[in-house]
Design a protein around this ligand. Structure first.
Ligand code: NAD
Length: 321
């Protein structure tokens, strides 16, 4: 009889992590969800607590941990500027010390380990869409550096553990992801617009809203992470871009959300912040070729599910001003 895989998901009580835990459980794996609840919530995984294949461990990845596992998905790290800039030293420690502790664990248990890196490692890019061979353009002294440089250093650790110790690693560079269980007040464009629309508050658009962004539905990202981990040969370590290459203007997104929610919100315009890129999107050619992956959830369909989540959420919670 085949025994179920034991999989550790760090940051498992967060937005993407909770969907990943759910998916892995549905495939028959045993899941250990590790989180220090810095910005994740029990609410995100509440429905999994009764599952006998699910364990929750309250732990900080900046401290070593001893568990026996077959695979590790390392997601622990605050993903939105609101959270990662609140305690920048903790953010970079989470990325760097967290990477070292999880890589050491992977080495000791001979587990495969996947790092969720981020499009932010590319910084303020001069090219669009961006391919994996672009080295990045990041300011070490910027307000986002704790996240950007933390993620860059974590990637380097993954490559070096692989080169030096033969650790089985995978590095995924995740782009803008949205869906149910996003933080309601994390400053991300989808959650901000949906929450404002549901509360009939003004929706703020920077510039004239003609700048474009790409949005990938969370189920598509989870599917890609699991394929990358399970379906690529051990010597394929990435990095691999994962995101939705379709671009939408911010103004169209705002109008679409207002219409979808029958909202009385008004769109108000503010000057475009300095350095705000006009376009930002992934080239996913490598993921298409390697894991035969592309996002399949249309934006409208994903937004309907996201709106339904926030409608329910706002009945019982207040997201702040
Ligand atoms: P999230 O903030 O919802 O989840 C992160 C989780 O990590 C939270 O539950 C938080 O409590 C936990 N955490 C933070 N510091 C920790 C620590 N020191 N020890 C243990 N747990 C800790 O973020 P998310 O959107 O689910 O993102 C998950 C991963 O994907 C992150 O690594 C993020 O950088 C990456 N990513 C996300 C996006 C996106 O659009 N959401 C884009 C690019 C990359």
């Amino acid at each position: 009889m085949l025994t179920a895989k034991r999989i550790l998901v760090t940051g498992g009580a967060g937005f993407i992590g909770s969907h990943l835990c759910e998916h892995l459980l549905s495939k028959g794996s045993e899941v250990i969800c590790l989180d220090n609840f810095y910005c994740g919530t029990r609410r995100n995984i509440h429905h999994l607590l009764h599952n006998r294949n699910f364990d929750l461990v309250r732990h900080d990845v900046t401290e070593p941990i001893r568990v026996e596992v077959d695979e590790i998905y390392n997601l622990a790290c605050p993903a939105s500027p609101v959270y990662y800039q609140r305690d920048p030293v903790q953010t970079i420690k989470t990325s760097v010390h967290g990477a070292i502790n999880m890589l050491e664990l992977a080495e000791r248990t001979r587990a495969k380990i996947l790092q969720t890196s981020a499009s932010e490692i590319y910084g303020n890019t001069e090219v669009n869409p961006v391919t994996e061979d672009y080295w990045g353009r990041v300011n070490t002294n910027g307000s986002r550096a704790c996240y950007e440089e933390g993620k860059r250093a974590a990637e380097t650790l993954f490559y070096d553990y692989h080169r030096q110790n033969k650790t089985a690693v995978k590095v995924a560079r995740v782009f803008n992801t949205y869906g149910p269980r996003m933080h309601p007040n994390d400053g991300q464009v989808v959650s901000s617009f949906v929450v404002a629309a549901l509360r009939n508050k003004d929706i703020t658009v920077f510039g004239d809203g003609s700048q474009t962004r790409s949005f990938c539905y969370v189920d598509d990202i989870v599917r890609a992470l699991v394929s990358f981990m399970g379906e690529t040969p051990d010597d394929f370590i990435g990095p691999m871009n994962l995101g939705n290459p379709n671009e939408y203007t911010i103004i169209d997104l705002a109008k679409g959300i207002i219409e979808m929610t029958n909202s009385r919100s008004q769109i108000v315009f503010q000057p475009l912040p300095k350095g705000e890129p006009m376009r930002r999107g992934p080239d996913i050619g490598l993921a298409q070729k390697t894991i035969n992956w592309a996002p399949v959830t249309p934006l409208h369909q994903g937004l309907v599910k996201t709106v339904a989540y926030f409608e329910e959420y706002l009945k019982t919670n207040r997201p702040g001003p």
